[in-house]
Write a protein that binds this ligand. Structure first.
Ligand SMILES: [Zn+2]
Length: 178
């Protein structure tokens, strides 16, 4: 997958970062690709990037710096994903790394990539709408009917709410807008 490498906005904590584009760009892009293997343990079709958890990959001197933003505080999946990042980097010959957790701005479901939302739907989970939308329409991931009913606010941890389609009667999870 091709990812745009950019510095997160407003971060100037690395005044001493040495910019060695030619050398580090290929390496940084390899690492973006490697990190695509890290999936959400609860939704194995979604990568860190799809989720919007992976914010940045950069190289500072000899160190690889990975910046992540947790989906929500206390999310048990985050620890697993962090360990997965560590094991992939170590296994792939990048033992010198640092994983930085950035809490602000806070993650929202808008950070989920469009590709990620499509993957969710194919997985049978209705994806979250845009946080700014006036009304949230929950579409049945099976028949795409908008005629759906909330049956429980509490689905499994990942899905957050259970819905049922009035058309095809499929019960499905909905990833709530956060
Ligand atoms: Zn349906």
């Amino acid at each position: 997958m091709v990812a745009v490498v950019s510095n997160s906005a407003g971060q100037s904590d690395d005044a001493g970062t040495v910019d060695m584009r030619t050398n580090s760009d290929a390496e940084v892009s390899t690492i973006w690709d490697l990190l695509d293997e890290v999936k959400d343990p609860e939704i194995p079709v979604l990568s860190l990037w799809d989720l919007g958890v992976l914010r940045n990959v950069e190289k500072s001197l000899d160190k690889i710096i990975i910046t992540i933003t947790p989906t929500y505080s206390g999310c048990p999946a985050m620890e697993t994903m962090r360990q997965d990042i560590e094991s992939i980097l170590t296994r792939s010959g990048y033992p010198n790394y640092e994983i930085r957790t950035v809490l602000s701005p806070a993650w929202t479901t808008d950070w989920m990539s469009d590709e990620g939302k499509q993957k969710l739907e194919q997985f049978g989970i209705a994806p979250p709408g845009h946080t700014k939308a006036e009304t949230q329409t929950v579409c049945c991931p099976r028949c795409r009917s908008e005629d759906t009913l909330l049956i429980s606010e509490y689905g499994s941890t990942a899905c957050k709410a259970m819905y049922q389609c009035s058309q095809c009667k499929e019960a499905f999870c909905y990833f709530k807008v956060i």
